[in-house]
Design a protein around this ligand. Structure first.
Ligand code: NAD
Length: 872
């Protein structure tokens, strides 16, 4: 029954269709309303084909727009007949699927999105605003009920329609190749030369997952180059499968043919085992429009692109199709005469709308040709634990490297170093980037097939070689890139100078997620990386001495040392090529806990300064102070433990997946053991769980200690920090903008280059131990004890009274290695804190700038004193 017109739009509502309504909608859209030329049987057949796909079944919904009043009138009437149902004014289909958003820093966030598959409005009801109303209502429903982060659609409705809602719409660019004669029956790619060792194989359904991974890997590389805040990776595997099924169905219906191929790949066959993909094309047959559409087109060279187009044309000829069309191709692969580039405003390959992100979400459409593509799981295997970077920082905030540079510049302006020295310090002295293949042996997660090769990238940056050896950790993390390593290397230069460790600054890393590798694989990776360092003289006790950092530990350091020694078996000091080793392999007692202990010494020292007590209102006593720690790894755990041992109250701890809070205090070791056993804090008794891992930074406490990763406090959360003091245990946890906001609020910040320098300090002790080939205290301990015993005996004689055995033991105890290390560390940290404080007071600046000034001036003395060879 046609509805009364016009409708009161406030009266309209959008409902999930009942099964009857869904069928009726389908009937209407496909039979009565004249949508695509499929019969109802054909449509239902299509649905059956799609039934197993991710976005169908439970995830697939039909929505209907109708009048509330009309619907109420029909309620309870037991209307069996569809004709008596309230009028459907407009309808649409949605499907739910996972999507990946990638932000500028390369962080990948998995989220749920809703695709709008189709929109139907009966012809006689069009142009009355029903479809728009339906979209508005749908947006509200998806946001509220399903917490959908964003939505997208494949639709031919046209951009104007969606732009009305403020959604970003991207035009579809196509390159069209017309089909010119040629042999449809021939086997190879027409008359194209395949080139040496290149073969063509069809892509089959079973290959989809592998191809999807390749695709995503490429997209990931692409993302790093694009200057947008966020991108959406599309399509992913389900879309391929969906298109594949759909095209198979069309093919069967229209051409009565069973299609088993929907694309080809070009493989360069080096030998039987080792094959490298050099390009692929995935297509579907659009028989209605007489064209073959390339869904995905990848090629690393113009030659490969030509071969792939020739393949597609050949396929099109088989079915008498007139055109081959590729969506959003990489135009660098084609010249003008190859095909015609058309921008289609009438058609939307995708549309993005993202509620929470103030900058636009970009669909990734223009993927470029790939080089060195790596078929593996890394992309999918990433931990999606990166909410921090996404939420904390604004897109226009400086990178970590730029942040270090900004801090440096500020201090440089206040320092008395010469402009030449300052210029020299701005750039890294040298950078090593290595890629090396690791063959899979099937024991881990990171390689799909046995026998395939994984190509990893490793870095080592020497920021300043004004003193040798250079020193800095090695990081294993999926986030590692050249910029991060360079930033950390620069920080190491300044850090060493701040604590008077006579080393230059360096840093290294490999881009990998260690949790995805078996121990055996990690060992091979570490050894291979070390070989690369050895071959290029980037390691050695007098050149460059690495240490552990995020994702590495004493285990990796032993592998490094052992590998180095294989190359330098006659070198007497070879054991000093790396620090952070286990004790039995030349490590020093106290290194494990050194950074955390240094953090404790530093905080204790700053709490004792009157100006800090005055500005924060704190007593200066650890016992009266509450602490929150973000990151419960090597540094965070030990810092928490030493604070607790000395009476501090640890009220909150944050990890990747969540945080815990208890204002009365949390038992550090119990929490640590629980986390070790359960890999999560969830279920730990007597604490509040903070689901959003970033929230731990915002809870009430006196001292906040970020001990996880860089860029955790940015412009987005700086205003919410309630701590009175921030102790930067991690490197670079605060962006410059956030730094200024918090300083203006009166929060005191103890900077990373000072506070976490305990690690490098004790590494220096370990190196000294290795060069002396002797445990600290070995020559002196007994002598000290003897001397002190004599002294106690003399005192007993003079006072004519015996000292108790316990007291005697305490007094005469000679220093062991760990005592000396702790003492050296405490002395170093206290000295560096005092120096920083004095500079801050003298130059009326913050502690970070003061620490940088001290570092710059010390380095300048070394540079300028040595004459800087060949600089003039
Ligand atoms: P680690 O890998 O042992 O610990 C890092 C911890 O932080 C892990 O438990 C990890 O799960 C957690 N984490 C990661 N992302 C997080 C997030 N978004 N929210 C909450 N927790 C998160 O590494 P580490 O050696 O303790 O290093 C931590 C920081 O300290 C790094 O910035 C590192 O460069 C710096 N640092 C370390 C040393 C050292 O000696 N290890 C020395 C100086 C500075």
């Amino acid at each position: 029954m046609p509805p009364k017109q016009p409708h009161d739009f406030d009266d309209l509502m959008l409902l999930e269709a009942t099964p009857e309504q869904a069928i009726m909608t389908n009937q209407n859209s496909y039979a009565t309303w004249g949508y695509p030329q499929l019969t109802l049987e054909q449509y239902l057949e299509r649905e059956k084909l799609l039934a197993n796909q991710e976005f169908t079944g439970e995830n697939f919904k039909v929505w209907v727009l109708m009048s509330r009043k009309e619907q109420q009138e029909h309620q309870g009437k037991n209307d069996a007949s569809a004709n008596n149902n309230p009028t459907i004014l407009s309808a649409c289909e949605t499907f739910k699927r996972k999507a990946l958003i990638v932000d500028r820093s390369g962080e990948v966030i998995e989220t749920i999105c809703y695709g709008i598959a189709s929109v139907f409005t009966p012809p006689h009801l069009r142009n009355k605003g029903y479809a728009s109303t339906m979209m508005k209502l749908l947006t509200g429903i998806l946001e509220k009920q399903f917490k959908a982060d964003f939505s997208f659609l494949f639709s031919d409705i046209g951009p104007n329609f969606y732009q009305r809602f403020g959604w970003n719409v991207f035009n579809n660019k196509e390159i069209r190749f017309s089909i010119d004669g040629g042999d449809a029956s021939g086997e190879g790619p027409g008359n194209m030369e395949l080139g040496e060792n290149v073969s063509v194989s069809p892509i089959r359904e079973s290959d989809l997952e592998r191809i999807t991974q390749l695709d995503c890997q490429l997209v990931r590389q692409e993302l790093l180059k694009v200057d947008h805040r966020a991108l959406v990776v599309l399509p992913n595997k389900p879309s391929y499968v969906w298109m594949f099924e759909r095209s198979k169905f069309y093919a069967r219906v229209t051409a009565n043919t069973e299609i088993t191929i929907f694309g080809v790949e070009l493989v360069r066959a080096f030998d039987e085992k080792e094959k490298q993909l050099v390009g692929f094309i995935i297509w579907f047959h659009d028989f209605n429009e007489q064209k073959l559409v390339a869904l995905r087109f990848r090629s690393y060279s113009k030659q490969a692109a030509k071969i792939l187009v020739a393949q597609a044309k050949q396929e099109a000829r088989k079915y008498n199709l007139k055109q081959v069309v590729s969506w959003n191709p990489d135009m660098t692969l084609f010249s003008g005469e190859d095909g015609e580039l058309v921008e289609r405003e009438d058609s939307l390959p995708s549309l993005a709308w993202y509620k929470d992100w103030d900058s636009k979400v970009e669909w990734l459409l223009l993927e470029k040709a790939f080089k060195g593509l790596r078929p593996h799981h890394q992309f999918w295997g990433r931990r999606y634990s990166t909410a921090a970077t996404r939420v904390a920082c604004e897109p226009n905030e400086p990178s970590f490297l730029d942040s270090v540079q900004i801090y440096f510049e500020k201090a440089a302006g206040l320092s008395n170093a010469s402009p030449k020295t300052l210029d020299h310090l701005k750039a890294s002295d040298c950078t090593l980037k290595v890629t090396f293949p690791i063959e899979a042996r099937g024991e881990g997660l990171f390689i799909v097939d046995n026998g395939k090769v994984e190509v990893l990238t490793g870095y080592r940056v020497h920021h300043s070689r004004h003193l040798l050896p250079v020193k800095g950790g090695i990081r294993f993390s999926p986030e590692v890139d050249e910029q991060e390593v360079a930033a950390l290397a620069a920080l190491m230069t300044y850090k060493c100078a701040v604590v008077d460790v006579p080393f230059g600054g360096a840093k290294g890393g490999i881009t990998l997620d260690p949790s995805k590798f078996t121990e055996n694989q990690l060992e091979r990776v570490t050894r291979r990386y070390t070989m690369e360092l050895c071959q290029r003289a980037f390691i050695g006790p007098g050149v460059d001495v690495p240490a552990p950092d995020v994702g590495t530990s004493a285990r990796e350091m032993s592998w490094i040392m052992d590998t180095y020694r294989q190359f330098h078996s006659n070198e007497v000091d070879s054991i000093g090529c790396v620090t952070g080793k286990p004790i039995y392999l030349g490590g020093v007692r106290g290194r494990n806990e050194a950074t955390g202990l240094g953090v404790y010494y530093g905080i204790r020292e700053f709490l004792s300064y009157p100006e800090i007590q005055k500005s924060t209102g704190l007593s200066g006593n650890i016992k009266d102070t509450s602490f929150v720690i973000q990151g419960f790894g090597k540094v965070g755990y030990w810092a928490a433990k030493f604070l607790e041992i000395n009476g501090g109250r640890v009220v909150g701890v944050g990890e990747r997946d969540c945080g815990v809070y208890n204002a009365d205090g949390i038992k550090v070791d119990e929490l640590f053991e629980y986390h070790k056993a359960n890999r999560s804090f969830r279920g730990f008794p007597n604490v509040d769980i903070l689901e959003d891992p970033l929230k731990i930074l915002e809870v009430e406490c006196d001292v906040l200690i970020p001990a996880a990763l860089e860029r955790q406090i940015g412009l987005k959360n700086a205003d919410y920090i309630k701590a009175k003091i921030i102790g930067e245990a991690a490197n670079g946890p605060i962006t410059p903008g956030a730094n200024d906001i918090m300083l203006n609020k009166g929060i005191r910040i103890i900077p990373d280059l000072l506070l976490n320098a305990g690690g490098v300090t004790v590494s220096y002790f370990e190196w000294l131990k290795n060069l002396s080939h002797m445990r600290f205290g070995r020559m002196t301990r007994k002598w000290d004890e003897l001397g002190k015993t004599k002294l106690v005996e003399l005192i007993e004689t003079i006072i004519e009274q015996k000292v108790s055995d316990l007291e005697k033991m305490h007094i005469i105890h000679g220093a062991e290695e760990v005592d000396l290390v702790y003492s050296g560390l405490e002395d170093t940290m206290m000295g560096a804190c005092k120096e920083t404080r004095i500079t801050a007071l003298k130059r009326k600046t913050d502690y970070r700038t003061a620490a940088f000034i001290n570092a710059i001036e010390k380095i300048a003395t070394a540079y300028e004193g040595s004459g800087m060879m060949l600089m003039n």
